[in-house]
Structures are given as C-alpha cells and as structure tokens.
Design a protein around this ligand. Sequence first.
Ligand code: NAI
Length: 248
Amino acid sequence: MGLLSGKTALITGAARGIGKAIALKFASEGANIAFTDLVIDENGKATEAELLALGVKAKGYASNAAMFGETEELVKKVHEDFGSIDILVNNAGITKDGLMMRMTETQWDAVIAVNLKSAFNFIHACTPIMVRQKSGSIINMASVVGVHGNAGQSNYAASKAGLIALAKSIGQEVGSRGIRANAIAPGFIDTAMTQALPDNIRAEWIKKIPLRRGGTVEDIANVATFLASDMSSYVTGQVIQVDGGMNM
Ligand code: NAI
C-alpha cells in the first residue's frame, strides 16, 4: 500500500521536468495518473510508458492549460476515464523574462495566461468534483520569486505570487468541504533550464544556498507527495519553500 493508493492525480505540464518527476513519485505511491501537456509527443509517450510500468493507470492528454473551455472538456474526460480526481497539481509554467521597461504586452499576457489563469481553469473545473467527493488536495507550483520577487521576471513573479494567493483563497473557500490547497515554491532546481546557465552564474547561485547544491526534481516531488497525501491532512493554505534554505 502506497501513500496515494486508490487516488487519481491530475498533473498539468507533466510530459517532462518537475511535473514528470511528480507523476512518477505519485505513481510509485500507488496513484493513478492523468497528465497534460501542450502536445503528447515522444516525451509524453515515454512518460506515459514509464508510469504504466509502475503498475498504475496512466494517460497523457494534449491540452493547452491556458484555455478555459478546453480545460472544462478535458477535466470532464479525465473524470470519465478515471472515475475520480483526488489530487490536482497546477504545474504547467513558462518564463518570458525581461526588464519592465522592455517587456511587451505579449510577454506579460502569455506568462499570466499559462502560469496563473491555467490554475483558475483547472481549479474551477475540478472543485465541483472534489466537493462531491468531500475530499481533494490542490497543489499550485509557485516559485521562490513569487514570495521574494526577482528583477527581470516581473510577469513570472506576479503569476507565481498569484498562484500562492489563489491557493490560500480557495483553501479558505472549500476547507469545510474536505479540500486542501497549498503551494510549493521551488528555488534553484537542476533542470534543463538551470543546467543551461554558464558555470560561473551557477556557482554564484549555489554560493547563496546554505545546503550548497541545486535542488533535484525529486526534492520537489517528495514535498508534493506529502501535500497530496493524508500525511498533510491538517495542512492547508501554506506555501512551502523548497530551496535549500536560500530564503529563510
Ligand atoms: P519545464 O519547461 O521542463 O516543464 C513545463 C511543462 O509545461 C513542459 O512540458 C511544457 O510543455 C508544459 N507547458 C507549457 N505551457 C503549457 C500549456 N499552456 N499547457 C499545458 N502545458 C504547458 O519546466 P520545469 O522546470 O519542470 O517547471 C515546472 C514548474 O515548476 C513550472 O511552473 C515552473 O515555473 C516551476 N518552477 C521551476 C523551477 C526550476 O528551477 N526549474 C523553479 C521554480 C518554479
């Protein structure tokens, strides 16, 4: 019996990266996994195969999380296919960095739509199902920059701060219905994005981290598993920074 046996998790943007690591960890704890990404290409198919190999039910769905109507249809389909939605992880995210004075409206709108509106879309569609089930765990993937801000990332930081406030608000609205909502704020995580940084910039970042290393996708997946499971049954409206102590 795993920590998540018998539960269904819906994870957005999980063909690769942090979302994929969360999907694999949840599956290893017994959860059935519905995951989305913009397209289900070789990456998505490989993720689906790795999940199935863990002996759970798993399916990847092509969907743009930023689209309201598309998300409603998708959530209906997932519910039909899996029979319940117990855990929702709003993980899909993009960056379009730039200093405010050079930032275009397109950069601003794209990041808010993919990072923040997507979470509204999914929470709006999944909450009625969770209310009927009288239980659910919602996890928004924020970022330390959503707590502390970051020059050159005003759009991204604002979207991530929005995800934190969204978790706290929905946590207050539906706590009495047995639904919890929390946010994870990862710091410097070793993914394709951060591995592409020049060595000297990476070294500068690592120097600021008391634990003296970048985080792994598994570090994030472990905290997500805690928040998804009954181990955190008295935890709601919280933001957990998983950043090696970079911001205390
Ligand atoms: P990633 O770029 O490897 O994965 C994000 C996934 O989301 C991709 O598969 C992408 O295709 C998908 N996606 C993008 N737009 C989408 C849309 N409109 N609809 C559906 N799927 C879409 O990124 P990573 O590093 O795995 O990040 C995952 C989450 O963690 C993001 O929300 C990111 O902001 C957050 N995060 C990442 C950190 C890091 O150091 N990598 C640090 C803090 C937060």
